[in-house]
Design a protein around this ligand. Sequence first.
Ligand SMILES: Cc1cc2nc3c(=O)[nH]c(=O)nc-3n(C[C@H](O)[C@H](O)[C@H](O)COP(=O)(O)OP(=O)(O)OC[C@H]3O[C@@H](n4cnc5c(N)ncnc54)[C@H](O)[C@@H]3O)c2cc1C
Length: 319
Amino acid sequence: MSVLVYTESEQGKLKKVAFEVASYAKAVADQLETTVTAITINTDDTSALENYGVDKVLSVSNSELNTFNAKGYAEAIQQAAEKESSKVVVLSSSANSKYLAPLLAVFLNAGYASNVIAAPSNTAPFTVKRNAFTNKAFEDMAISTDVKIVGVSSNAFGLVETSGSATTEAFSPSITDLGIKVESVDKASDKVSIADADIVVSGGRGLKGPENWGMIEELADVLGAATACSKPVSDLGWRPHGEHVGQTGKPVASNLYIAIGISGAIQHLAGVNASKVKVVINSDPEAPFFKAADYGVVGDAFQVVPELIEKLKAFKAQQ
Ligand SMILES: Cc1cc2nc3c(=O)[nH]c(=O)nc-3n(C[C@H](O)[C@H](O)[C@H](O)COP(=O)(O)OP(=O)(O)OC[C@H]3O[C@@H](n4cnc5c(N)ncnc54)[C@H](O)[C@@H]3O)c2cc1C
């Protein structure tokens, strides 16, 4: 009856979000007075999970699952849920989950809530708060199926450390290949990925051209941030499509989102609104983004950003 949590990894290492979903699963398990079992796929690096409430790790090692494959991953998680008799399965609301979670819901005959931002307010009926309408509203959603799947938004619940110990068990689910494959095409470099980033520095058409992205990269470097851009910027080929954020691009739910030379069109805001703190740098005081911003700087990016980099470097040097 333990709560099952799927802890995502990349290139053999657990992602930060893995510890966040484990923390969430622990909160659910406490409410249901049960334990937490994590399933990991192709990573040996699982020891830290016990610090986030995991009691047992089911460790899958299978070369067919080296690249993300929605059906194969769903089968592995389904079999783990059945083995543990889990009534609640927790995963992150990541880009891969868009493919994985609906399949898993079919396999487990389960109800699925995505973009969940808080621990259940009630367990009977099982009720969670989630972002709705591309982050413009919150709703409480009750899941009435026997098995429930909860997709947790990144940076919404946070990391909750506990002291504990976990046992690890090798787990070998049988994976059938029906030819449905969704492969992750992210990661071309060692840069911080948008999905995992605490801080995202994003540039828009106000930066005039690709030759001016040096200062965006430098600011991101100083802050340990990921870089992102508006849709026209990637459409124009100034930046790779993988950096396009918004309604039709990647969703961003970082702790800090810095928008530079971006007007704040509704389609852009739809994808970045879930970020906790939004800072806007724009030369036009009437730019719509200022209405959604927590902090705003009205000014020329070519003046403001280099000054900001200088101040941050000086601040870091004092630490
Ligand atoms: C169906 C659909 C889906 C879409 N999906 C997305 C999406 O997912 N993501 C997305 O981003 N867009 C999306 N768009 C496009 C969106 O509507 C906007 O056109 C786009 O976000 C505008 O990009 P921008 O803010 O970079 O450019 P602009 O609208 O051209 O704004 C540039 C901003 O830079 C400022 N600026 C200019 N010079 C400076 C300077 N020197 N210093 C500081 N600021 C300066 C200007 O004041 C202006 O506010 C979508 C549109 C449609 C119709």
